[in-house]
Design a protein around this ligand. Structure first.
Ligand SMILES: [Zn+2]
Length: 396
């Protein structure tokens, strides 16, 4: 219930939160674009327009290069989307919902709502993306050959050529066997099948993922030393991103395992301090923020949960108005899917926290606020469970 934590590092979970807008829907999957994605599109269009096309097919008008640069970036975007839709399609077929796909600076993420139940499902979902990119590579390579060697259309041939190249690169890069890349998921499925332990398989493949990430960072530094500044910085960024993704992916797996079979009501903080929506801001500051020092409070009207209020909500208004404004004038509401139910699975509640970036979520039963679930509640529950040795699957 705190306002979204800002600013946060770019991780697979944060690209789903702020800074994304919906483009359209496919198969009931919402396609979102994160603002960071425009950076890469502009970079690609730029380098194609001023580098690739004039070099491959010299002597054309600059508008032709611009047109080709733009067109190629759009098709490139559709190829990345096709890769993610392939993962999502297999996931949905296997009964695991995929509410959204987000495209961002380093590519795309399909938000597969939960981990697969068995290794073979994991394998099928993971292989679908690289398979799609591999097929696209084949098609574009064939068209490149056809338009170049047979029909002698150099501009089209260059267009198909670069698309073949990027799809091939996407397939190969994703097949590197480090979690969270597709190759890491394939390896995880294999180790999971061999050892029967999902968390152990995740641990091993995240380690491989981290090694690969660190190798990319080093490679980036060497590239920069060799004068390839942009390419070097790019590799370093991707390396840091993958390193974080491997770490957080592993931690989330552990948390999810630890929470399995637990309901929200067992770990929430019951009867939280709440504020009536008719409270004046002056009173809110004196009687709540100074006294209890929580970052945010749930707001109720006749005992029913209506929203939450933080210091930032108050600071938007000048001090002179604090004696006249009520909490209901400044508070924020929460989307219904972020309001928890006491009987809800704690794993599901945790996923909602990760996806939304909220650290505190209200627990509501028949309209009445019955508790609050915070990240701290979850962590202390897991700690107690681990200390008592009742954690079902430990890393050995
Ligand atoms: Zn993939």
């Amino acid at each position: 219930m705190e306002s979204r934590r800002t600013p946060r590092a770019l991780t697979p979970s944060t690209v789903t939160g702020t800074g994304s807008f919906k483009l359209f829907s496919v198969y009931g999957i919402s396609i979102y674009i994160n603002y960071t994605w425009f950076i890469v599109v502009i970079l690609i269009a730029w380098s194609l327009t001023y580098g690739y096309f004039p070099y491959q097919v010299p002597g054309k008008h600059s508008l032709v290069y611009w047109g080709m640069g733009f067109l190629t970036s759009v098709v490139f975007f559709l190829c990345i989307l096709a890769h993610e839709i392939s993962h999502s399609y297999v996931s949905k077929k296997s009964g695991i919902p995929v509410p959204r796909i987000t495209l961002f600076i380093f590519g795309g993420v399909a938000h597969i709502s939960r981990e697969p139940q068995d290794p073979s499902t994991e394998f099928k979902i993971a292989i679908a993306g690289p398979l799609c990119s591999g097929i696209l590579w084949g098609i574009f390579y064939f068209l490149h050959f056809l338009t170049g060697a047979i029909y002698n259309l150099p501009l089209l041939s260059a267009f198909f050529g670069v698309l073949a190249l990027v799809n091939g690169a996407v397939a190969i890069f994703n097949l590197v066997p480090g979690f969270p890349l597709d190759g890491g998921r394939l390896l995880r499925a294999y180790i999971w099948k061999k050892t029967g332990s999902f968390s152990r398989a995740t641990f091993i493949t995240s380690q491989v993922g981290k090694i690969f990430a660190i190798a990319l960072i080093f490679l980036g530094f060497f590239q920069m030393l060799a004068g390839k500044i942009v390419g070097g910085i790019w590799l370093i960024f991707i390396g840091f991103f993958l390193e974080q993704a491997a770490t957080s992916g592993y931690q989330q797996t552990l948390v999810k395992e630890g929470l399995t079979g637990t309901k929200v009501k067992e770990i929430m903080t019951p009867n939280p301090i709440s504020i009536n929506d008719s409270t004046l801001l002056n009173d809110l500051i004196e009687k709540f923020f100074f006294k209890h020092r929580f970052a945010s409070y749930p707001v109720v009207r006749d005992g029913e949960f209506v929203g939450y209020v933080t210091l930032n909500h108050i600071k938007r208004f000048p001090r002179e108005e604090w004696s006249k404004l009520k909490v209901s004038d400044v508070m924020n509401t929460l989307p219904p899917e972020l309001i928890l139910h006491p009987e809800e699975e704690a794993v599901e509640a945790f996923s909602k926290m990760v996806r939304s970036g909220y650290g505190r979520l209200p627990v509501v039963d028949k309209g009445k606020l019955t508790g609050i679930l915070t990240r701290r509640d979850i962590m202390s529950f897991l700690k107690i469970r681990t200390d008592l040795g009742t954690h079902k699957t430990r890393i050995t």
